[in-house]
Write a protein that binds this ligand. Structure first.
Ligand code: SIN
Ligand code: CO
Length: 394
C-alpha cells in the first residue's frame, strides 16, 4: 500500500490553506514508489466494457484537426491507432478496480461528497486532450512515462474556444508555467485554470482525482422543484391588512416583500435543506447502474451472518456521507437519505463513510436501526458480501 499522505512533504493543512481552490501546485515525488492501479492492457479492457465511460481523443497536426470517439471500443480498435498524438481516457476507474478506489481514498482529507472519481488516461507521444480548463479541482498524478504540463491563466464560459473541435480547445491560451512530470509527481490545479498535458514518452499513464462542485443554478432548480412538490397547494399569498391603493397598476414594495418572504421561509428551512443537499450531492455518477438485489435479506439472517464472522464490503462506486448532530443524523447513500436517531446507528453511518469493511465488531447487532439500515443497503447493492449471506447462515 502506498504512502497514506499523497502530498509528499507538504502537510494537508498547508495545502488547504495555501493552494486548495487558490493556486496550482507541483509536488515532485508526492507518492514515492507509486503503483498505478491498472496497466495499459487493463485500461484498454475497461474501455471495451459496455457500462464504462471512455473516450479516445486524437490530434492530427498536419490537418490541425481534433477527433473524439466515445467508448465502448472493440478490442481491434486499439490495434489500428496511429503511433502518435492520441490518448484514451477512462472515467470512474475507482468504481471497478479496488486499487483505484484505494488511491482515491488517500485524498480523503477532502470530504467524500466533494470527490467525484478517478479517471485514468493512457497516451502515446504527443497525446493529450489539448488546451482547456475544467470547472473542478483536479490532482493529476503521473503514474507511468512522462508528460509535460503547461498551465496558467483563468478561463471561463466566455473564453473563446474552437468551434470545430469535439472537445474544448482554448485557441488563445498562453501557458505561464511548464513542467515535465515523472512517475509519482503530482500537479494540483484549481478550477478554471487553463492547462495542456502533452505526453513526452510512449506508454504514459496519468491518474486524475476529480472533484464535484454543485452549480448554483442546478441546486436552485432541484431544491425548489422538490419544495414545489412538497408544499401544500392551499398555501397562498394573503393580505388581510390590504389598504386602499392610489394606483391599481402598482405592485407595492410590501407585496414584493411579502411574496419574497413566502419563498424565503421555505428556503430557510435548514433541516429540509440539509436532507435535500445530502441526497443531491451523493447522487451516483451513473444512475443507470444502480442495482436492487433480488434477494431480500432479513434482520435475523443478517445477525446470524455477522455472528458467523461474516464481512460486508462497500460497493466501490457508492457515494456516502453524513450530516447532522449526535441527536439526529442524516446518512446519505447514493442519493437517498436515512434519518438515524440511535447512537449505534450514527456510529455505523460514520464507519460506513470511511469505506471500511463491516464486521460484527463494527456494527451493534442489538440495535434495530443499524440492522435495518444494513439490510436496506444490501438490498440496494451498496453493500455486498463475498460469501452468500444465506449460505453462511445455514
Ligand atoms: C489526462 O489527459 O489525463 C487529463 C486530462 C485533463 O487535463 O483534464
Ligand atoms: Co483538464
Amino acid at each position: 500500500m502506498s504512502n497514506p499522505f499523497p502530498l509528499g512533504e507538504i502537510s494537508i493543512e498547508t495545502f488547504l490553506r495555501e493552494y486548495w481552490q487558490k493556486k496550482p501546485l507541483v509536488i515532485r515525488n508526492a507518492i514515492p514508489d507509486f503503483q498505478c492501479p491498472v496497466d495499459a492492457d487493463e485500461l484498454a479492457g475497461l474501455a471495451c466494457e459496455q457500462d464504462i465511460e471512455s473516450r479516445l481523443i486524437a490530434f492530427d497536426p498536419s490537418a490541425d484537426k481534433w477527433h473524439m470517439e466515445q467508448g465502448p471500443f472493440e478490442e481491434s480498435r486499439f490495434a489500428s491507432l496511429p503511433e502518435k498524438n492520441w490518448t484514451l481516457l477512462v472515467q470512474a476507474v475507482d468504481h471497478w478496480v479496488p486499487e483505484a478506489h484505494a488511491l482515491l481514498r488517500q485524498f480523503n482529507f477532502i470530504p467524500n461528497w466533494r470527490i467525484d472519481d478517478l479517471m485514468i488516461s493512457y497516451a502515446v507521444q504527443g497525446g493529450g486532450v489539448g488546451p482547456h480548463y475544467d470547472n473542478y479541482d483536479v490532482f493529476l498524478i503521473q503514474a507511468q512515462g512522462t508528460r509535460r504540463w503547461e498551465f496558467g491563466g483563468h478561463y471561463d464560459e466566455h473564453s473563446p474556444r474552437r468551434d470545430d473541435a469535439p472537445v474544448m480547445i482554448l485557441p488563445e491560451w498562453q501557458a505561464e508555467t511548464s513542467v515535465e512530470l515523472n512517475p509519482g509527481d503530482l500537479l494540483y490545479l484549481p478550477p478554471r485554470i487553463g492547462h495542456n498535458g502533452v505526453t513526452t514518452t510512449d506508454d504514459c499513464i496519468t491518474c486524475s482525482v476529480g472533484f464535484r462542485a454543485p452549480a448554483t443554478h442546478e441546486m436552485l432548480r432541484s431544491f425548489t422543484d422538490e419544495l414545489g412538490e412538497q408544499i401544500g397547494h392551499d398555501e397562498r399569498y394573503e393580505d388581510p391588512d390590504l389598504t386602499i391603493s392610489e394606483d391599481a397598476g402598482v405592485i407595492s414594495d410590501e407585496a414584493i416583500d411579502r411574496a419574497h418572504q413566502m419563498l424565503l421561509n421555505h428556503l430557510q428551512d435548514k433541516q429540509r435543506f440539509r436532507e435535500w443537499f445530502g441526497r443531491f450531492v451523493t447522487e451516483p455518477k451513473y444512475t443507470e447502474q444502480q442495482i436492487d438485489s433480488d434477494d431480500e435479506v432479513n434482520s435475523d439472517e443478517l445477525i446470524e451472518f455477522f455472528e458467523n464472522e461474516g464481512v460486508l464490503l462497500i460497493n466501490e462506486g457508492s457515494r456516502l456521507a453524513w450530516s447532522g448532530s449526535d441527536a439526529e443524523t442524516n446518512f446519505f447513500a447514493d442519493g437517498q437519505s436515512y434519518s438515524l436517531k440511535t447512537q449505534a446507528s450514527i456510529c455505523l453511518a460514520k464507519h460506513l463513510c470511511e469505506y471500511l469493511p463491516l464486521t460484527a465488531e463494527t456494527i451493534d447487532i442489538a440495535d434495530a436501526q443499524s440492522v435495518a439500515l444494513v439490510c436496506t443497503l444490501l438490498q440496494r447493492g451498496l453493500l455486498y458480501s463475498e460469501t452468500d449471506i444465506d449460505e453462511d447462515e445455514a
